[in-house]
Design a protein around this ligand. Structure first.
Ligand code: NAP
Length: 319
């Protein structure tokens, strides 16, 4: 079957190690299901894998991709939860949690095999392309807003970055939930687009907010950390899920302890959280924002948007 795999690592030129070609069909295992992939979305995680973060040389080649929507053998339309082993389904008792494409082959393929418990029904109102956006970026944004952040209608949130998968998900989910959403972006055009999605204000990097917010969603890291610490109200929360721009900002410890801030890491969410997110988008008629859709055979071109950071919303690949 056709798949997009990482075959070598390069931190400067990650696409050099990307190969789209024939790979063996997924192995069948007891209590696992092979899903016919109809759409998979790209995530920054795929770029980290191509850069050699989270994978060892001995594991190559590894099929990329951490989320998908498709069809199960019985004809059911499903969404694939990409976290394997966290709840003990379908794996050995002491197997540690991994994400698809870290230990088991990923979703940028015509077929993918996952523990059957990792499947949830596809929301009927979403296309396969839209549904494929839910399991990583959208789930992470949902967890940061509502589980970690504990946000309720009327509360305020700052989303660092406007164009990314996590950022666009956070804006759309936050607006649907009645939050006052502030956004930053390096790009004037992306700030305009964030406003059109319902953000209350969109600011340039480091710009002062009209008020300090209850929660900050931090996925950018070094470039925005100081602004995040300065933008949250005393006693508020910074939810951190990524560090795209670097992992060594000044810690701002004095402000963190003096303002009694909470810093909470987030990694995606559980299968039940994904099911709750699917219910949320169905009830609120929210649809993931898609930047572009590309055939699997052209994954390299699709991935270039992620490398350049030019995307606004999710980049989707279809086999
Ligand atoms: N922990 C988890 O479970 C989890 C889940 C999903 C993602 N992540 C991580 O979260 C990060 C974002 O993921 P994603 O899929 O949303 O990535 P993405 O689609 O590539 O988005 C990148 C975002 O970062 C902003 N950005 C990038 N470089 C920046 C810089 N130097 N200064 C300011 N802003 C910058 C961009 O904002 P503008 O272009 O608008 O300025 C954009 O919103 C990645 O590091 C990813 O690995 C973690």
């Amino acid at each position: 079957m056709l798949a997009a795999s990482v075959t070598s690592f390069s931190s400067d030129s990650p696409l050099d190690g990307l190969q789209v070609g024939d790979v063996p069909e997924p192995a069948t295992r007891e209590h696992w299901t092979t899903v016919d992939v109809r759409a998979a979305s790209l995530n920054h995680h795929d770029l980290w894998s191509l850069r050699g973060v989270g994978l060892r040389k001995e594991q190559l080649p590894m099929v990329l991709g951490t989320d998908a929507a498709g069809v199960a053998p019985d004809g059911t339309e499903v969404v694939v939860h990409g976290v394997i082993g966290a709840d003990g389904h379908g794996v050995g008792p002491r197997e540690r949690r991994t994400l698809l494409s870290e230990h088991y082959p990923g979703t940028l393929a015509q077929r993918v095999s996952v523990p059957t418990a990792n499947l949830i029904p596809k929301p009927a109102a979403l296309s396969f392309e839209e549904a494929a956006c839910l399991p990583v970026s959208w789930l992470t944004a949902y967890t940061m807003l509502f589980t970690t952040g504990g946000l309720a209608p009327g509360d305020s949130v700052l989303v660092q970055g406007a164009g990314g998968g996590v950022s666009t998900a956070a804006v759309l989910l936050g607006v649907a939930a009645g939050l006052e959403v502030f956004v930053t972006s390096r790009s004037a055009e992306k700030r305009e687009r964030a406003l059109s999605l319902g953000a209350a204000a969109a600011l340039g990097p480091g710009e002062r907010l009209p008020k300090r917010v209850d929660v900050v969603l931090e996925s950018v890291g070094q470039a925005t950390w100081q602004h995040s610490v300065r933008s949250v109200r005393p006693g508020g929360t910074i939810a951190v899920c990524g560090a795209t721009s670097g992992d060594a900002p000044p810690a701002e410890l004095a402000r963190i302890f003096f303002q009694e801030l909470r810093v909470q890491g987030v990694t995606m969410g559980s299968r039940d959280d994904l099911a709750a997110l699917a219910n949320f988008v169905s009830h609120h008629d929210v649809k993931p924002l898609i930047d572009s859709v590309h055939p699997l055979a052209r994954t390299r071109e699709a991935m270039a948007g992620l490398v350049d950071g030019t995307q606004f919303g999710k980049i989707v690949v279809t086999p």
